[in-house]
Write a protein that binds this ligand. Sequence first.
Ligand code: FES
Length: 234
Amino acid sequence: MKVKVLRQQSPASEPYWETFDYDGPAENTVAGVLDYLNYHDDMVNAAGGRTARIGWECSCLQGVCGACAMVVNGTPALACETFLKELRGGELTIRPLRKFPVVHDLVVDRSSIQENLKQTDVYVGEYKPGADADHAHQYLAAKCLKCGLCLEVCPNYSDGKRFFGAAFANDCYLVSARNREKAKEIRKAYGAHFAAGCSKSLSCAEVCPMKIPTLASMAKLNRRTKPVVGGDTK
Ligand code: FES
């Protein structure tokens, strides 16, 4: 199988495609393919040229850390959860997420997700189970990996500077459910950084590896906090 990888040596350098021949197990995941290609010290590309190992991130290899989010054959996905047998065609193309700055090859800087939560003080903090009937939904919402796949497919999210996307909305719901004193503050941030910019495409819910029902989070949050659409962030 031919494997095409969009590579980039540093944040400032130009990206380029490099093709590899993969002759490993057919039952591998995309993460397994990257591991297989990177295995040898004398790594070569499909043209026989010596090349450097492909940069990519992983931690758990079982779909719970979110580090391996990338674009596989045009579809944003977790590399460790995407099996070759699920892919169509005889070629595999892998590129980094497009909504975040590239650090190296398939490694991107997703710190803006955390920075936006920090900036608006939307932070769950210590886990304190709530007494309300939303407890089951809170458990689902708390599964967010902050992998960035929802932001990759979102038609409204670009650089995360104004519209913060579904990951943010989900945490707004969680924090408001677990800390009622923060409801006013969250109403302001949610209105300005999510409600004002969301066009309800719901592509975020489709791609979410944890199957978080984002629409339900939004509805519950709207009911609880009555967000101010277009509200001031200052
Ligand atoms: S390596 Fe953790 S989700 Fe893929």
